[in-house]
Design a protein around this ligand. Structure first.
Ligand code: NAD
Length: 340
């Protein structure tokens, strides 16, 4: 590549992304001559044409990078997709590879950010902080209905003991929970933390809290569905900060109605693509499933914010600038996503 400007169109941009990426670029030693064009729109078949006159696009979790979009990007000369996130389930890697487009990601920016968030979700539900918060704002200081449960000594089942699973295990261990794990690979660090690997069925039947930290792929889609929910301990809490489609959300709602699932915290949602990351408070949101979940007192919904901390954002921007610069200077791209 020549030493001309490296033009990067950044989709799904918030103000903090614009400031953060610009600051990171300014402070970076040996950065490529990157020229950002910030767009608030999500990348989709109808917006892909906006990536004209650029060499790379920078995208986030709910941007659509399917074959149709990749074809338009390719025809416009895009050579690199730089993800500002770890998960890449929204990218058709096969199509990208066939079109000669490189995909890079930020494999870890702050696993601890998600681990701490899981603890916050768990304690909020266990101590009914979300209900107390609303009550006290109306000067209702009645404690009726606010009896909590203590989590010390309870069993936490961590599904996926990778970077975030381990960070979560550390925080939950600090709260005094026993650690159970399920993963297709066994991680020595989990065992050293005192964690015990079980089959998924055994983990589900023994855990008081099930927290999901595996990626979304063909084998994990609807990992939590009627059949697996039936194996869960009655009254167990379910926490999902990974990807919405790990849950068959209707089946989870049914289990909340029956009381088989005791509480649900979800930071991600199967239907989040058309909802999350925008202020829709003035609109009528047509999502009966989400509305039914939101109506339950033992459900805590957040809008994909588990990652959102000072440390995580700084790391995302620095690693993104590093990925872009390495690609531009044709240096080894250690965060390249392997199409296989
Ligand atoms: P990671 O690759 O370090 O760990 C994933 C683990 O899941 C690995 O140990 C892997 O072996 C395991 N795994 C793969 N298939 C499995 C299966 N079928 N059953 C059980 N385990 C399986 O990834 P990570 O950095 O820990 O991230 C985990 C997920 O968290 C990401 O895929 C992403 O979807 C999600 N995430 C969410 C947020 C948020 O803000 N809510 C932020 C970052 C990441």
């Amino acid at each position: 590549m020549s030493k001309s400007l490296f033009r990067v169109v950044v989709f799904s941009t918030k103000n903090y992304d614009q400031t953060g990426l610009t600051e990171a670029l300014g402070s970076f030693q040996d950065a490529a001559p990157i020229a950002f064009r910030f767009l608030s729109s999500r990348l989709s078949p109808s917006t892909a044409e906006l990536a004209k006159d650029a060499e790379a696009v920078c995208v986030f979790v709910n941007d659509t990078v399917n074959r149709e979009v990749l074809k338009v990007l390719h025809d416009n000369g895009i050579q690199l997709i730089a993800l500002r996130c770890a998960g890449f389930n929204n990218v058709d890697l096969k199509a990208a590879s066939e079109l000669g487009i490189t995909v890079a990601r930020v494999p870890a920016y702050s696993p601890n950010a998600v681990g701490e968030f899981v603890a916050a979700q768990l304690l909020t539900l266990a101590r009914k902080i979300h209900k107390a918060y609303n009550r006290v704002r109306e000067n209702n200081f009645d404690l009726q209905g606010l009896v909590g449960i203590e989590v010390r000594g309870k069993k936490a089942g961590i599904v996926g003991t990778g970077k975030i699973g381990i960070a979560t295990a550390k925080v939950l261990k600090g709260l005094g929970l026993e650690l159970l794990g399920f993963d297709v690979y066994h991680n020595q660090e989990f065992i050293e933390l005192g964690g015990q690997y079980l089959s998924l069925d055994d983990l589900l039947s023994k855990s008081d809290v099930v927290s999901l930290h595996c990626p979304l792929n063909e084998t994990t889609k609807h990992l939590i569905r009627g059949e697996t929910i039936a194996k869960m301990k009655s009254g167990a809490y379910l926490i999902n900060t990974s990807r919405g489609a790990l849950l068959d959300t209707q089946a989870v709602l049914d289990a909340l109605y029956s009381g088989h699932i005791g509480a649900l915290a979800m930071d991600v949602y199967e239907g989040e693509g058309d909802l999350f990351f925008e202020d829709r408070s003035g609109a009528i949101v047509h999502d009966p499933l989400l509305a039914k979940l939101q109506a339950l007192p033992n459900v805590l919904v957040t809008g994909h914010q588990a990652f959102l901390t000072d440390v995580a954002l700084r790391n995302i921007y620095n690693i993104t600038i590093d990925n872009l610069s390495n690609f531009y200077y044709q240096k080894p791209l250690k965060n390249k996503v392997d199409p296989k």
